[in-house]
Design a protein around this ligand. Structure first.
Ligand code: GLA
Length: 675
């Protein structure tokens, strides 16, 4: 196992300005097309290209034989054009000869059936056979190109765990037992951790333990939670093994593309992030969600959190429609620019896409690309050229950090535990609460850092904790300490309920923060879908109520009806002295009411809001400590005016006083004086 280097010792991703690039899959095209591709990439200003992402079958047609001829040529073509390479290890999807010879590497899903090749990622994360082949390929690629001057960055596999995170094969079962032994030490400790005295589940030997396959009833939640942890760790171990092979041949930065997004939840990226040389994320607008645009902002802020506030790389997004949602919406004119620069505003130092040229065959042939099926005589290509120009005009922003007064606590472990098979209500999921609270802040034009529970909260005026069901004692204490030091807190229902092993803290909810909040919840009282709840202030709510008493806190609002009528619904415990106030919200407020409450909380906390910013206009600042760049993303159908003094980088104009930002446009001001 490679040792984890200290962050300061890690190789940094060095690039001239903001990178503009894409995945490039030349194996799908005739070599004559490669030349045209490189010429057009130059025309568009593309300067970072990911290759060999799905290259395994092309590089290794049979066991033991590598043929790098085509990849050599592609890398030379890119290099001669001054385009830098983000080189994949190519191990994401094994070629058919491997799965034919070694069917034991195939993944098994929770009903015990095997998933076959023919798609992608058909491999078990714990398979030593797969690991050996993958590391051999990564090593061969690194050996060949480790000193090639075109290489800027190493790209391990692709979206590890996108499809194959949870495997239940026999190899995974054995690996799970080893992992459990290391975590719990003894079978008695494991029995305690999982609460196996319930339903006669007590284990007497490690060999009795299985992965949580499908059962007739609901499964043991402790077992499920540990299986998620194990599965995330197994894929991280796979990453480490490939990264170690690369490191033997290259000192350049190594990463893999994360999936910080609403529909993938199997990887605990807080555990992964310290092992990346640079954080990279793939993000696609998800039109199955209520607020895809706010989710984009949330994902970007969370990715920045994973990077510890440093710049990160947007490794993939789309120029237009994807191919994997029920209805795949094209982007509106200008939306490509707005989406891309929202990521840059929120800390991205690279704007990259899946993929360069739209495929003619295969599952993704209707996925958008930089170069669409329609070719260069298309509105999309013209937008791509314009985007490339603008990204180039923003080069000076690279390296700058985002300024935020508010931290929002987010946890994958809490997500796994919270969305359990049996819980108080299935009408709400963890992310719904997270998005609701983030959305209210977004509506108010507040910039947010999304951080892990237990993170250093020094310097934040407000810490928001939406529905953080699971939290360890140590991480809970970090919030107490932040409030004692002057930060304000807003905690919402179903937070602080269980410890890290999903054990309820008794004595009234939320056991982790009863004292901090000055409240005690005796009973949850969720309501049926469609049922409306009124608060005494007139605010409307749904989904959740609870029977709460304010022990030390002031009651700000009460339930007017529903199962908790006349009980507190919003409370505030005044900090007094130098401590901050601790607010608690016991229901899911309607959007406008939640925004009103959050406005009240951010005002009391002294949080800075960007004048003119809200759901339709995003305003975010990046700074290098001296210069401030203010991004204004106008999603609305109306032109707006903002106060500005300085240079506007998109149009290259000087601004003295009022800057008009047309409908749908983005402007970036290098401020003459830090505002
Ligand atoms: C992911 C993958 C890409 C491609 C895109 C399509 O991000 O990494 O290979 O499949 O999805 O949206």
């Amino acid at each position: 196992m490679a040792e984890t280097a200290l962050a300061s010792e890690r190789p940094r991703f060095e690039h001239q300005g903001i990178a503009f690039g894409c995945d490039y899959n030349p194996e799908q095209w005739d070599p004559a097309v490669w030349r045209e591709d490189v010429r057009l990439m130059q025309q568009a200003g593309v300067d970072l290209v990911a290759v060999n992402i799905f290259g395994w079958a092309a590089l290794q047609a049979a066991d033991g034989s590598f043929d790098f001829t085509a990849l050599d040529e592609v890398i030379e073509l890119l290099h001669n054009a001054g385009i830098r390479v983000n080189l994949g290890t190519g191990t994401s999807s094994p070629p058919p000869w491997l799965t034919t010879r070694h069917p034991e590497v195939l993944p098994v899903v929770e009903d015990g059936t095997t998933r076959f090749p023919g798609g992608r990622q058909a491999w078990c994360p714990s398979s030593p056979v797969f690991r050996r082949y993958a590391v051999d390929l990564a090593e061969a690629v690194a050996q060949r190109y480790g000193r090639h001057p075109a290489i800027a960055l190493w790209h391990v596999s692709n979206e590890l765990g996108c499809h194959n995170a949870l495997c239940h094969c026999e190899e995974s079962t054995r690996a799970f037992r080893r992992w459990l032994r290391a975590r719990h030490g003894s079978i008695d400790e494991l029995n305690r951790a999982w609460g196996t005295s319930f339903w006669s589940q007590r284990y007497s030997d490690w060999d009795e333990i299985l992965t949580p396959k499908l059962t007739l009833s609901s499964r043991n939640p402790g077992q499920l939670l540990d299986f998620h942890r194990f599965s995330s760790d197994e894929l991280l171990a796979h990453y480490r093994a490939e990264a170690a092979a690369i490191r033997r041949h290259s000192a350049l930065p190594i990463t893999t593309n994360f999936m910080v997004t609403a529909h993938i939840r199997d990887l605990d990226y807080w555990a992964w992030a310290p092992e990346m040389d640079v954080i990279a994320n793939d993000h696609y607008l998800d039109h199955r969600l209520g607020e895809p645009r706010a989710e984009l902002a949330f994902a970007a802020d969370l990715t920045r959190g994973l990077a510890g506030g440093d710049p990160w790389l947007l490794m993939e997004h789309s120029t237009g429609a994807v191919n994997w949602q029920p209805v795949n919406l094209a982007k509106e004119p200008g939306q490509l620019l707005r989406n891309s620069l929202t990521h840059v505003a929120r800390g991205a130092d690279a704007v990259c896409f899946f993929q360069w040229r739209a495929s003619l065959q295969g599952s993704e042939k209707f996925h958008s690309a930089l170069l669409p099926h329609a070719g260069t005589d298309s509105d999309l290509w013209r937008e791509v050229l314009e985007l490339g120009r603008i990204v180039g005009a923003l080069d000076e922003v690279a390296g700058a950090r985002v300024q935020a007064d508010v931290a929002l606590l987010f946890s994958w472990e809490a997500w796994w535990a919270s969305d359990a098979e049996n819980r108080p209500t299935h009408a709400l999921e963890y992310l719904d609460q997270v998005h609701a609270l983030y959305g209210a802040l977004h509506d108010l034009g507040v910039t947010v850092d999304v951080v892990r529970p237990g993170a250093d909260l020094t310097g934040y005026r407000l810490v928001v904790t939406p529905g953080l069901y699971l939290v360890s004692d140590a991480d809970a204490a970090a919030l107490d300490e932040a409030v004692a030091a002057g930060a304000h807190a807003l905690v919402t229902f179903y937070s602080g309920i269980v410890d890290e092993q999903d054990r309820v803290r008794p004595g009234g909810y939320p056991g982790a923060w009863r004292e901090l909040l000055g409240i005690r919840v005796q009973e949850f009282a969720p309501v049926l879908p469609g049922t409306r709840i009124a608060l005494e202030s007139g605010a409307g709510a749904t989904v959740w109520a609870e029977r709460l008493e304010a022990t030390e806190a002031e009651v700000v609002d009460r339930f007017a009806d529903g199962p908790a009528a006349r009980r507190p619904a919003v409370t505030r415990r005044a900090g007094g002295g130098s401590a901050g106030d601790a607010w608690y919200l016991a229901t899911l407020l309607d959007r406008a009411a939640l925004r009103d409450l959050v406005r009240r909380v951010v005002t009391a906390a002294g949080v800075r809001r960007e004048p003119g910013a809200g759901a339709e206009v995003e305003i975010i600042r990046r700074t290098d400590g001296e210069t401030v760049w203010r991004f204004i993303v106008n999603h609305s159908a109306e032109a707006i005016d903002v106060d500005a003094h300085g240079t506007e980088l998109v149009t290259g104009s000087t601004v003295e006083g009022l800057l008009a930002v047309p409908a749908g446009a983005v402007r970036v001001i290098r401020e003459e004086r830090a505002a």
